[in-house]
Unconditional design. Structure first.
Length: 222
């Protein structure tokens, strides 16, 4: 019975994690219906506020479920070293797989292309919040806290594998290499959570990974 309950809790967390995307998508839809090629300031600010509120709501629920503390005491010297090492490993793996993908004639993943197209219609600030803040926090709560920490808390190895595979699957993979890119990132994040028992650690690694793209969007480097 508890497993079924936890399953529906994870499903609920996943649905809540999609809320900010739906909000931004609705804003983009209204913008396009109005014949505009850029979201208005009022709409943009509204999306920023609602996005941050949706992230706060998910964090609030995660704390209530005891999936995370969300306190700064996780920043021990050991955890900081672990975060930096895991981040470097993730980037090296992603870079190597990206080179293989480019050799096959694809310069970026479908997921990255979709994000770039979306950011053309919204402000750089909203784009940065979406990519570098909302995604790392909400995805870690669901895939690491929910799947590994709650649904598979008695079988963490199975949780790591399942979490990584689902994480890779939802990122619009169009071929095996792009699937492997996101699954590898998911594995690094899953292992980091399992090893440290702190969701804040995997969120930090995820944040650093997404920060590269977030800053590129914010400063118009793409």
């Amino acid at each position: 019975m508890s497993y079924i309950k936890n399953f529906f809790i994870v499903v609920g967390l996943f649905l809540l994690s999609q809320l900010y995307g739906l909000i931004i998508g609705l804003g983009i839809g209204l913008t396009q219906q109005s014949g505009l090629n850029k979201m208005s300031y009022i709409m943009d600010i509204s999306c920023i506020v609602l996005t941050l509120l949706s992230v706060w709501l998910l964090v609030f629920i995660a704390k209530k479920l005891k999936l995370m503390n969300f306190s700064w005491d996780f920043l021990t010297k050991k955890n900081v070293k672990f975060i930096l090492l895991a981040f470097v490993i993730a980037r090296v793996v992603v870079y190597g797989l990206s080179v293989l993908m480019m050799l096959q004639g694809e310069n970026s993943t479908k997921n990255d292309d979709a994000i770039i197209e979306m950011t053309k219609l919204i402000s750089p600030i909203l784009s940065f919040i979406m990519v570098s803040i909302a995604a790392p926090i909400t995805e870690e709560i669901v895939f690491r806290g929910g799947i590994i920490g709650l649904l598979f808390k008695d079988y963490p190895i199975a949780g790591i594998i399942i979490s990584s595979l689902i994480f890779g699957s939802i990122h619009l993979s169009t071929n095996f290499i792009s699937f492997l890119i996101y699954t590898s990132i998911g594995f690094v994040l899953s292992y980091s959570y399992y090893k440290t028992k702190r969701l804040e650690v995997s969120i930090s690694i995820h944040f650093l990974n997404n920060l590269i793209g977030g800053l590129a969007i914010l400063f118009g480097w793409l």
